[in-house]
Design a binder for this molecule. Structure first.
Ligand SMILES: [Zn+2]
Ligand SMILES: [Zn+2]
Length: 883
């Protein structure tokens, strides 16, 4: 029989099997197979990405589902791919150019885009390699990229169709503008942070010289673009000024006083300056009242000619400083108040975002959102955990048109051409040669590219071949599950649902599983500056990939946050070692065994054999159910407990005496040991693919790889509640004896006698029948069981379920020495308790110490008190013996 090495070496094993699986093409899903399908599309990582703990988590869960379903006989496709990540990638290459002393403008558009492609070809595959290292069983043959030819065609098709259906339009709109990246940002790409700012109170005089109004603003430089002042028509304070004209200070422009119900009478003075070109609400106000828009800023955040000669060319914040001084000098600035308010920042470069008026392309969102909401309402798509559905509906009900144009170069250039001769705009699938109106060939393509999320919104069908009607598309769409974090529920998930329904007439996926976000052990967000980042690549190197994967699964409770404790990874590495050692034991005890892992139905099975088979069967049911419900942590811990506690700690021990004697008992034990080991490896395989393959390959198994073997199935006839109960009692007694042995500090090799008092005839019969296990595993010589047991004078005892366990101690130990030991220990505990009490009753300490420190001390106090009580009981027993 083949044996296992003494130690498990993950690095070598992982490389070997990773290569083997790929060479055998096991990750490939064949669209011609007539099997039920199971499909997941990967949330495409950015080509700029490096595997972080969030990726490792997200992809481990997807791989668990895919491997599990593949083993269950599904035609399982896990679709890989990467995202071109417009702004992020452009920024990386721009930084490189900057370091070389040049920039994209100097290079020109075509050369720049070429440069980005070159970067992508050389460096964009990093994350793909890291995903392979994680063991991800993605169908690499089908690898896609959001800018590859097919996907680009899908993007054009969708854009043109939406345009033809009146769902894409170009318009003046106030958008979020990053003056650094010089591009529009969608509402979702703006990060709001609280900042200390100021509220400036300014005096706007009436043209007729009769008095003034006071308005308040946090961005005084925008006043240069004011085109009105608005008050609420119900505001009594301003009734008398109706229809008057004001003079804009510094600029000296005449602006009207208008009335609009939108104005909040309780904010500031109730008079609002209106700057349609620089505030989204003012923009709407301006539209309602036909106000002109005066744009006073250039795209790079400096003031333009409209701001006036004094300010032209100044950066917006410099301008603010100078203007405030000028307003003060002119006697217009009444006061400056401190104000804590929230300020939008670019999610890429953290520059303060400017609301900005510009020409942009938009997707009309409402008509697409309606069916997308209905799909979740009627259960066509199930969001797990369900509480995220509310968040989804809330957002979808308030959805605004989606600004899809970006003023960068890296991305899908918008397929719109303007005729320079007659200004006709053509939005078409194929690049036009001439104007459709005047036949001029002088056409210019729109310079903007599409928001990165535009192409990823098509991901579930574009990766499967759409707009071609491929076999793959027919077979694998709609996909089964989408597995993602809640941070991209709207960026991505909602938009995939909208686009899927619009273009495929069916939802893109049946389930959306939303996993929690990973935080550190204290619940803090991981960040480089805090230094609390757990790097999955380092962890994989140090503990092995299986240990990392298992830890992530074990932590995957359904909720919002996960507190990841690095110590647990070490714990699950020990689990690998435990499994390895148990497997070694089994393999070393297979001498003379000629069967396979298949269960021998004719074997002479003991109750221990029946028990482990029943437990295996129930474990199988629980694991399958938990995975069905996306309860990854329950599934992982169920397998863990079965392998560690039941198989290794109990069953292997039970089997030892039978293995020692040649005969049918030995054969049965070997067969059950093997069968349960193989089934355990299969149950564990989706979580720990590498070590399970390594061990499985050494077993007398059928098949070429565990990853394409059949996943265990529950069989009603294999569970036996009576056997489980009986063995439960036997184990309870064994544990009881072991505990007393430990607490009384008795020599582990010493044979004890045991008395078991019980009034239950069934229990008595069960224990008598299986007393052999107790003698062997608890090192007991004589066992007396019955209802009339009398406790011997010098003994230790323990109350178990339905029975009392009594261990006579006479002649088993040196009582004087033991008394001494216990007294010493009690003294030490008393001292520790006094110290802890003092600490915890000190109000200064309690006030200042972090909650977890106090909690730890409280816990220690409880532990010590419990130990103290136990030792005192033992001491009494010992003292009785001496007397
Ligand atoms: Zn930016
Ligand atoms: Zn034309």
């Amino acid at each position: 029989m083949i044996q296992l090495d003494k130690h498990y070496e993950p690095e070598e094993v992982e490389k070997r099997w990773g290569k083997f699986w790929q060479e055998k093409n096991y990750f490939h899903a064949d669209e011609t197979l007539d099997k039920p399908t199971f499909t997941i599309v990967i949330p495409p990582p950015n080509i700029t990405g490096r595997l972080h703990i969030g990726h490792a988590f997200n992809n481990t869960l997807q791989d668990i589902l895919t491997r599990w379903k593949r083993m269950q006989g599904f035609n399982a496709l896990w679709q890989p791919g990467t995202d071109h990540a417009g702004i992020a990638t452009q920024n990386v290459v721009e930084r490189q150019l900057h370091a070389e002393g040049t920039d994209r403008q100097a290079l020109g558009r075509d050369a720049f885009v070429e440069r980005v492609w070159k970067w992508r070809d050389e460096s964009g595959g990093t994350i793909t390699e890291q995903l392979k290292k994680l063991g991800s069983s993605l169908d690499w043959q089908r690898d896609r990229f959001t800018m590859d030819e097919g996907l680009s065609r899908a993007v054009r098709e969708v854009f043109v169709t939406l345009y033809e259906d009146g769902l894409i339009y170009k318009g003046d709109y106030i958008i979020n503008w990053c003056p650094r990246c010089q591009t529009a940002l969608s509402d979702l790409e703006v990060e709001y942070q609280d900042a200390q700012g100021h509220l400036y109170h300014l005096k706007y005089a009436f043209k007729d010289g009769d008095g003034f109004l006071v308005i308040a603003t946090t961005r005084p430089e925008t006043m240069l673009g004011d085109t009105a002042v608005a008050v609420n028509p119900k505001d009594e304070r301003y009734m008398k000024f109706k229809g008057k004209t004001l003079i804009l200070p510094i600029v000296n422009r005449e602006i009207p006083l208008i009335e609009d119900g939108y104005v909040d009478t309780s904010f500031g003075t109730g008079a609002l300056k209106v700057t349609p070109a620089h505030d989204p609400n003012d923009f709407e106000l301006g539209r309602r009242h036909n106000l002109p828009s005066v744009n006073v800023m250039a795209p790079n955040g400096t003031m333009n000619a409209e701001a006036g000669q004094t300010y032209e060319g100044l950066d917006r914040f410099e301008c603010r400083k100078k203007l405030v001084q000028d307003l003060k000098n002119a006697g217009v600035l009444l006061k400056i108040e401190d104000l804590n308010h929230s300020v939008g920042h670019c999610y890429r470069c953290k520059t303060v975002v400017e609301p900005y008026l510009s020409k942009q392309w938009f997707v009309k969102a409402k008509p697409l959102a309606e069916p997308a909401m209905e799909a979740v309402r009627n259960g066509s798509i199930k969001i797990v955990p369900k509480f995220w559905e509310n968040t989804y509906f809330e957002w979808m009900e308030n959805i605004r048109d989606w600004c899809i144009s970006r003023q960068i170069w890296w991305g899908h250039q918008i397929p719109a051409w303007t005729c320079k001769a007659c200004s006709e705009i053509q939005v078409v699938r194929e690049t036009p040669e001439k104007c459709s109106a005047c036949s001029s060939t002088d056409l210019e393509q729109e310079t903007d590219v599409l928001d990165t999320w535009f192409s990823s919104a098509l991901w579930p069908f574009s990766t499967l071949g759409w707009p071609e009607k491929t076999e793959t598309l027919k077979k694998f769409y709609p996909t089964t599950v989408l597995c993602t974090g809640f941070d991209i529920l709207f960026f991505w998930v909602a938009r995939m649902i909208m686009m899927g329904i619009k273009f495929m007439d069916d939802v893109p996926f049946r389930h959306v599983y939303i996993h929690a976000l990973i935080r550190d052990a204290e619940g803090q967000k991981m960040s480089k500056t805090k230094g609390n980042v757990i790097d999955p690549l380092e962890v994989m190197e140090q503990y092995g990939t299986d240990a990392l994967r298992f830890t992530l699964a074990a932590f995957a409770a359904q909720g919002r946050d996960i507190k990841l404790d690095e110590d647990r990874i070490d714990g699950y590495r020990n689990f690998c070692n435990k499994l390895w050692n148990a497997s070694r034991f089994v393999l070393m005890n297979l001498e003379g065994y000629e069967g396979t892992c298949q269960l021998d139905e004719q074997a002479d099975r003991s109750i221990a054999d029946q028990w482990i088979l029943s437990r295996l069967n129930n474990t199988t049911r629980e694991v399958n159910q938990a995975l069905e419900d996306f309860k990854f942590n329950d599934a992982a811990l169920t397998v863990y407990k079965f392998i560690w506690n039941e198989y290794c700690d109990w069953y292997i021990e039970f089997s030892k005496s039978r293995l020692a004697v040649e005969g049918p008992g030995k054969k049965a034990a070997q067969n059950v040991l093997l069968h349960v080991l193989e089934a355990s490896l299969k149950l564990l395989h989706p979580f720990m693919p590498f070590i399970t393959e390594e061990i499985w390959q050494k077993l007398p198994k059928n098949g070429d790889s565990i990853m394409i073997s059949a996943f265990p199935e529950f069989r009603a006839d294999r569970s036996d509640a009576k056997v489980e109960e009986a063995m439960g009692k036997v184990m309870e007694v064994i544990t009881g004896v072991r505990n007393i042995r430990g607490e009384m500090n008795l020599n582990p090799g010493l044979k004890l006698n045991a008395l078991i008092k019980t009034g239950h005839a069934d229990l008595e019969a069960t224990l008598k029948k299986h007393a052999g296990f107790i003698r062997e595993l608890a090192r007991v010589d004589q066992i007396t069981i019955g209802p009339d047991i009398v406790k011997t004078e010098v003994s230790a005892s323990s109350v178990l379920g339905g029975m009392d366990l009594i261990i006579p101690l006479e002649g088993m130990m040196d009582f004087a020495e033991e008394k001494n030991r216990i007294e010493k220990e009690l003294k030490k505990i008393a001292k520790d308790l006094i110290f802890l009490d003092k600490k915890l009753s000190n109000p200064n300490f309690v006030k200042k110490a972090p909650a977890e420190v106090i909690e730890k001390d409280e816990k220690r106090k409880t532990t010590l008190s419990e130990k103290q009580a136990k030792l005192e009981t033992h001491l009494q027993t010992i003292e009785q013996a001496i007397r």
